[in-house]
Design a binder for this molecule. Structure first.
Ligand SMILES: NC(=O)C1=CN([C@@H]2O[C@H](COP(=O)(O)OP(=O)(O)OC[C@H]3O[C@@H](n4cnc5c(N)ncnc54)[C@H](OP(=O)(O)O)[C@@H]3O)[C@@H](O)[C@H]2O)C=CC1
Ligand SMILES: O=C(O)CCC(=O)C(=O)O
Length: 419
């Protein structure tokens, strides 16, 4: 298939709008409904100052976008990354709405970001940035309003600092304001693994649908953080052969299979590339490996019109948000590649965040088995609903997932009298 590279946009906000149009075309919706969905309802842009360890003052910029709150409060992570942009945060908030919709959570979508590189901050500086950002957005978020969570380069510890800042400002302990917290202050068992675990549930279901055996199925995983590292471990435990993994500095590849436990230990103490010079591979080459399963688990726009034709995986499971552009989606579909879209594949994270929030509101906590049992049921039911709708309309899984969510959000907007 020939695709004009010149025409392809890599702006995530425009991409999210294109995806809405693609699904809306099947739904016969009034124009004003898509118009509402194609932009966030509210966006907050903040700047705040932080004293650095050397005594200087640095000014940071951050955003929080709330896409749609017809179904319930908005929900979604906070990203700390040097390349955060307002359009990226807006797109991520839109994807959160469709994610919550497809797995049936009583939330709309939200997302936040701070332009910073936490890898260059000391622990003290990171804490001051985290607390200052929460202070700047405190009136915009809340347990019944907008509930943040972790995303790229944010951690349970950061969620803990943010929850503490919010609670101090409001004068009441408010664990429900944020999820992904450390267990001791109201985190949920299973939240740390939830994104990867949910993704693996959908991969196992897709392998079954494609009549591919799990044992020895080959997998390449891009990104070795919360989503990628745990997905590699869980896939390996399920019997798959992980042949390649990577982080921001590059990857390693062994067609005979990698020792994920050893790589994890290397990552904690030095670098995954210490696995061996001869195994080193670039992030770009990892994506093009001839594997059964490819898991992009890092950032957006890694599968584009430029490389889509060279993707050889049978299943692409989007643990990351927005790794595949619409042009690339068309190429992958034409090649018969199953793309499990981000809004479904990585919805395990927000699903267990929802469980965490419910536990916080009840002040009653569940066992890990209970959390994972509910997660598996929800992920599989959602996967089946998306797959069946895609088959019914002869479309791809992303469009079907959006159709399910858009219908739910439109019904909520109608029930509230907004449309
Ligand atoms: N955490 C969650 O609950 C959820 C996360 N997601 C999505 O999953 C993706 C990853 O998030 P998460 O795992 O939480 O983030 P983490 O911060 O835990 O990990 C990010 C990983 O991506 C790597 N990375 C960064 N830049 C690049 C790059 N250019 N090429 C290759 N790898 C890179 C990082 O490398 P290094 O280690 O070298 O820094 C790190 O290993 C994001 O798209 C996020 O939105 C989706 C749903 C929920
Ligand atoms: O856990 C959450 O609330 C949201 C996680 C997230 O940011 C995402 O799913 O992209």
């Amino acid at each position: 298939m020939t695709v004009s590279v010149m025409e392809e946009t890599l702006n995530p906000y425009q991409i999210a709008q294109q995806q809405i149009d693609a699904a809306a075309a099947y739904l016969n919706l009034p124009e004003h409904v898509t118009q509402i969905l194609k932009q966030p309802k509210r966006v907050l842009s903040v700047s705040f100052s932080v004293r650095m360890d050397d005594g200087s003052i640095r000014v940071f910029e951050g955003y929080r976008a709330q896409h749609n709150d017809a179904i319930g409060p908005t929900k979604g992570g906070i990203r700390f990354h040097p390349e955060v942009t307002l359009d990226e945060v807006k797109a991520l908030s839109m994807w959160m709405s469709f994610k919550c919709g497809v797995v049936g959570l009583p939330y709309g979508g939200g997302k936040g970001g701070v332009i910073c590189d936490p890898r260059e901050l000391s622990k003290g500086e990171l804490e001051r940035v985290s607390r200052a950002f929460m202070e700047a957005i405190a009136d915009f978020v809340g347990p019944d309003k907008d509930i943040p969570a972790p995303d790229v380069y944010t951690t349970p510890q950061i969620m803990g600092w943010m929850m503490d800042t919010y609670s101090r400002l409001k004068g009441v302990n408010s664990p429900g304001v944020i999820t992904g917290k450390p267990l001791i202050i109201g985190g949920s068992k299973g939240r740390n693994e939830a994104t990867a675990q949910g993704c693996v549930y959908t991969i196992l279901a897709a392998l079954k649908d494609r009549q591919l055996p799990v044992q020895n199925a080959t997998a390449a995983v891009q990104g070795f953080g919360n989503a990628g590292r745990i997905a590699a471990r869980l896939l390996s435990e399920a019997g798959c052969r992980i042949v390649a993994v990577s982080d921001s500095k590059g990857g390693i590849y062994d067609p005979n299979g990698l020792d994920i436990e050893r790589i994890s230990a290397l990552k904690d103490h030095s670098s995954i590339r210490e696995y061996g010079e001869s195994f080193v591979i670039s992030n770009a080459a990892l994506l093009e490996l001839d594997v059964d399963i490819l898991v992009p688990a890092a950032l957006e726009n890694v599968i584009t019109a430029v490389n889509a034709d060279r993707i050889k995986a049978k299943i692409v499971a989007e643990a990351a948000n927005g790794p595949t552009t619409p042009e690339a989606d068309r190429v992958l579909a034409a090649k018969g590649i199953t793309v499990i879209p981000d809004v479904l594949a990585n919805a395990g994270g927000v699903t267990v965040s929802y469980f965490e929030w419910v536990q916080n509101l009840m002040n009653y906590y569940w066992s890990e088995a209970e959390v994972l049992g509910k997660l598996e049921t929800n992920m599989i039911q959602s996967y089946v609903a998306v797959r069946d709708l895609a088959q019914e309309h002869s479309t791809d899984l992303r469009t079907a997932a959006y159709m399910i969510s858009i219908k739910r959000i439109a019904a909520a907007m109608e029930a509230r009298g907004w449309i």
